[in-house]
Ligand binder design. Structure first.
Ligand code: S3P
Length: 183
């Protein structure tokens, strides 16, 4: 059994995991929430619940701008929910200024870093991301998207590299970041 970790953070006990698709936000987030004894919230699942449809269906039927609007509204709602909780954010959440403001003002955002090569390996057969369709331009598309997003992800000063690391290792490193706060 994995020991619980007590965190003495006075500042909002709401941890946001951000980063590119395939960074491991959901997997790490679940384990992290278990270790802390906090709730786990998966933003994409919340969006699907509100919309009554899957993310690919929302993209297909309403387009990306409508998805981003919904994503923002759901993020705002989650940011007002009673802490403590760990929130795994979809990869596009930090792209807008209004979302970055929510993340920074209502919790502690941590960037899970991942190289594009690792994303390709981790999401090899995964066809569930509308922004990363299969086909021979997948790699090129992924690398372009990854590059375009680095400034937005780098807006957060706490980050953990996830490449070549186990989930437990990444979780320990995120917990170490929390440890220095409010203690
Ligand atoms: C997106 C990432 C996805 C999901 C949607 C858009 C993005 O979440 O929100 O497909 O723009 O990077 P994950 O990062 O959990 O894959």
């Amino acid at each position: 059994m994995v020991p619980r970790v007590d965190v003495t953070v006075d500042s909002p006990r709401r941890l946001y995991l951000v980063g590119f698709m395939g960074a491991g936000k959901s997997t790490v987030g679940r384990t992290l929430a278990d270790r802390l004894g906090w709730d786990f919230v998966e933003l994409d699942a919340e969006i699907e619940g509100v919309a009554g449809r899957t993310i690919p269906a929302i993209f297909r039927e309403e387009g990306e701008p409508a998805f981003r609007d919904l994503e923002h509204r759901v993020l705002r709602r989650v940011s007002r929910r009673e802490p403590p909780c760990v929130v795994a954010c979809g990869g596009g959440v930090p792209l807008s200024e209004r979302n970055r403001r929510i993340l920074m003002e209502t919790g502690l955002p941590v960037h899970l870093m991942v190289r594009p090569e690792t994303v390709l390996e981790r999401l090899d057969q995964d066809g569930s991301r509308p922004l990363l369709p299969g086909g021979d331009r997948r790699e090129e598309r992924l690398k372009r998207l990854w590059q375009e997003r680095q400034d937005a992800y780098n807006a957060f000063d706490r980050s953990v590299v996830t490449d070549d690391r186990s989930v437990d290792d990444v979780v320990d490193r995120v917990l170490a970041l929390l440890d220095g706060i409010g203690t």
